[in-house]
Design a protein around this ligand. Structure first.
Ligand code: 5AD
Ligand code: SF4
Length: 442
């Protein structure tokens, strides 16, 4: 039987969570996951369409993967995720090596489509669903410390630049009970952190519960299990949610709250449905209600018609909020979206220059924020050895800051450790050991 599956995942955390759902579905049919592409009978690429450069990279990668068929003509190659949804049969007709194309709502069909592909028949499954949440599927997760749970799928916001409502369909939420059950299982398996995922978690609703209810129910499962969530849309972020975050010590004091742009006119063109005044109001209330809360954001530079003055307004709002982190992008036109019909009128060099100004300012602000943390103490979940040196651990604070700590003092991966910060860059803090707050599994 051809039963070894290799999956490569691109894009957002939602895709990482979907890859685990796909493996959950395939495992129940006897498939095994392999980390070696050369040993695989089936190779899947779970793809992202959010910007053109993501798609171009994946096209290149698919070309490489296609050459594996020369060695193994029976290899089944599948494209999953947003590119599958967007490009559909074009992927099969233009790329001869692709056997299967499956969008985010049809993963239950994969076992059948693999069987057909083995028998020589290509197949696609790209219907979007109003109800599919995969809540009855247990995602396949290796042992680890941090897990994702997708609590809602799709997006109804239709920001004019964004392809997600077209590739992932309408909003729908998993039942609170099914999410809480999953959190329980993860806690029993020794996970230390769970991130609740959705394109717009604040509009979570299972008919009876809103997102604050869900967050509270998850936090109550195990008061040592850290709960994170993303992404929040400023329109739907309620004070009730802010109070819930502040009430439970294991709900992390960190909010990813994309602002996208600093001018109300551009926000309106983007269909972002809030003003900067409203946005800054949330930040202010959050800082009052949640002690020490940190924020990150997403920014798009060079949206059609953005003037130099409006670009400065983006810099201005970033300087006002002083984000701890930011994901910053050049606008990329996506076919099918409303903004695609607008002329992409900001020249490439202007977009690049504006983006550089945004990034430079953000790095400076993050650096200043981190300098102020020198001398303070915080609790860090030790996640792994540092990428740069096996003499150091890497961990994260509740506020999502990366902290590097020398190995020693009986600290092990998975421990919660109090550290004292002695140095900071714009992206990383460096700490000294103070004490072990909670040892992991010992
Ligand atoms: N161009 C550039 N950035 C985009 N994003 C979404 N669509 C586009 C696009 N067409 C960014 C937004 C969003 C993040 C996930 O990706 O900032 O919040
Ligand atoms: Fe895209 Fe806007 Fe939905 Fe985010 S909220 S996924 S940017 S449409």
């Amino acid at each position: 039987m051809s039963n070894k599956v290799y999956i490569e995942t691109y894009g957002c955390q939602m895709n990482l969570a979907d890859t685990e759902v796909v493996m959950g579905i395939l495992k129940s049919k006897g498939y095994e996951l392999t980390k070696k592409i050369d040993a695989a009978d089936v190779v899947f690429v779970n793809t992202c369409s959010v910007r053109d450069n993501a798609e171009q990279r994946i096209h290149g990668r698919l070309g490489n993967i296609g050459t594996l068929k020369q060695k193994n003509p029976n290899l089944v190659i599948g494209v999953l995720g947003c590119m599958a949804e967007r490009l559909r049969d074009e992927l099969i007709t233009k790329k001869k090596m692709v056997d299967i194309v499956v969008g985010p709502d049809e993963y239950r069909k994969l076992p059948e489509l693999i069987n057909n592909a083995v028998a020589g028949e290509k197949g696609i499954g790209v219907k979007l669903s109003r109800t599919e949440t995969y809540e009855d599927i247990e995602p396949y997760r290796e042992e680890g410390l941090a897990a994702w749970i997708s609590v809602m799928r799709g997006c109804d916001k239709f920001c004019t630049y964004c392809v997600v409502p077209f590739t992932r369909g309408r909003e729908r939420s998993s039942k609170l009970e099914s999410v809480v059950e999953e959190v329980k299982r993860l806690s029993e398996r020794g996970f230390r952190e769970v991130t609740l995922l959705g394109q717009n978690v604040n509009s979570y609703s299972d008919g009876e519960n809103d997102f604050s209810d869900l967050l509270e129910a998850c936090a109550k499962v195990d008061n040592k299990l850290r709960i994170r969530f993303m992404t929040s849309h400023p329109q739907d972020l309620s004070d009730k949610l802010l109070h819930t975050i502040s009430e439970y010590s294991n709900i992390c004091n960190y909010i990813h709250l994309p602002v996208q742009a600093g001018s109300d006119r551009v926000l309106k063109e983007m269909n972002r449905t809030y003003t900067i005044e409203h946005y800054l109001g949330i930040i202010e209330r959050a800082r009052k209600i949640i002690k020490g809360v940190t924020f990150s954001t997403d920014i798009i530079s060079g949206f059609p018609t953005e003037t130099e003055e409006e670009h400065k307004m983006t810099l201005d709002v970033m300087a006002k909020v002083r984000y701890d982190g930011a994901f910053m992008f050049k606008y990329s036109p996506r076919e099918g979206t409303r903004a695609f019909k607008m002329e992409d009128d900001i020249p490439e060099d202007v977009k690049s220059r504006r983006l550089t100004e945004i990034i430079d300012q953000q790095l400076q602000i993050a650096y200043e924020i981190n300098q102020k943390l020198i001398g303070t103490e915080d609790v860090v979940l030790i996640e792994s050895l540092s990428k740069k040196s096996d003499q150091f651990y890497s961990g994260r604070t509740d506020t999502n800051k990366i902290v590097i700590l020398p190995i020693g003092n009986n600290v092990e991966i998975g421990d919660l450790v109090k550290v004292k910060i002695h140095k900071g860059t714009s992206a990383t803090l460096f700490g000294d050991f103070v004490e072990i707050v909670d040892a992991y599994k010992r």
